[in-house]
Ligand binder design. Structure first.
Ligand SMILES: [Zn+2]
Length: 328
């Protein structure tokens, strides 16, 4: 899988105790979530599908998913309350989601790797992530910033539409940059989970979220994004791009489209902007979804590589579009 290339460098750095797109050298602290009524189920060990999962048409809603806690805020008319030891909110009862990528709650998500190969369009996507370990590094002053505003500068300067997959904890750490992204009609915001934990085992050293918590984690991230944007999407990218059939089942109540990528920029821990540019351009095909990052300390050269990426892709006749447009 290409995601492995994306994070290959990161793995080495994780071993060295450095946060990556697979960040935590130490396990991420448990979410402040009440005891779950649902016993953890063993994760399926099937490999992630290489192409679109078989989205069961007319599949019955997943009725048995009782979620744990997400938060106590009121969002879009839905009260998301602390879960009781027994019972608790059920995401399937929340209002149906809207926007590009939205699917009826309970529908098995489709997994998208690229758009139509017959249109010369490319979607540039930018991931953020934030874990408790990263927050500690910020607090300790070991890391100055995980938010690369220069990437947004370059995109706006060149009027380049883009889609941002933001982790909820990152949004809370960087509300100003989030607001700036939300305010630009050429940008879209999508979910990169709440806590950026692995949705299957062995995901670049990320802590693993329990199956029973998966839907709540993703729903929570969408709820947070919904506070910022008036043009929400329902696109979701798994942390590290890691998932399996069980994870897809688990997030079905969210009603989203899962988005992977087919153009790996290699910007995570990349220290050679020319190489990042060359790889992004080399991997680009009609309909491609390119993955880059706005996590400054973990992808320090992205903004430097970006002008040449944009210029060369446009020079090759590609139209740069949001994911919503690419998949429309
Ligand atoms: Zn990530």
């Amino acid at each position: 899988m290409r995601e492995r290339l994306a994070c290959a460098a990161a793995v080495l750095l994780v071993l060295a105790g450095v946060a990556a797109c697979s960040p935590a050298a130490q396990p991420v602290a448990a979410q402040p979530v009440a005891a779950k009524p649902v016993a953890a189920q063993p994760a399926a060990s099937k490999p992630a599908p290489e192409q679109s999962s078989a989205p069961a048409q007319g599949q019955a809603p997943t009725a048995a998913v009782t979620i744990g806690v997400v938060s106590t805020q009121k969002v879009a008319g839905a009260e998301i309350a602390e879960a009781e030891p027994v019972g608790g909110a059920t995401i399937l009862q929340f209002p149906e989601p809207a926007g590009p990528g939205a699917r009826k709650r309970g529908t098995h998500p489709t997994v998208i790797f690229h758009g139509s190969r017959s249109r010369k369009e490319i979607a540039l996507t930018f991931d953020s992530n934030m874990t408790d370990a990263m927050l500690r590094r910020l607090a300790d002053g070991k890391v100055k910033s995980y938010a690369n505003a220069a990437v947004v500068d370059e995109l706006q300067k060149s009027h380049t539409p883009a889609t941002f997959f933001l982790a909820g904890k990152w949004v809370e750490a960087y509300p100003q940059l989030t607001r700036r992204i939300a305010a630009d009609p050429e940008f879209e915001m999508a979910s990169h989970s709440w806590a950026h934990e692995g949705f299957r085992g062995k995901c670049y050293g990320l802590g693993t979220i329990g199956r029973a918590d998966m839907a709540a984690d993703v729903e929570r991230s969408f709820q947070v994004l919904g506070r910022y944007t008036d043009h929400p999407t329902r696109f979701f990218r798994f942390p590290g791009g890691c998932y399996d059939a069980a994870a897809l089942d688990a997030v079905a109540p969210v009603g989203c489209t899962v988005v992977e990528y087919d153009d790996v920029s290699g910007d995570a821990f990349g220290n050679n902007p020319a190489r990042i540019t060359a790889d992004t351009v080399k991997n680009a095909r009609p309909g491609s979804i390119a993955v880059l990052h706005i996590t400054e300390a973990n992808a320090p050269e992205t903004a430097i590589a970006l002008p040449a990426i944009i210029k060369r892709l446009r020079g090759a006749g590609y139209r740069l579009v949001t994911l919503g447009d690419l998949l429309a």
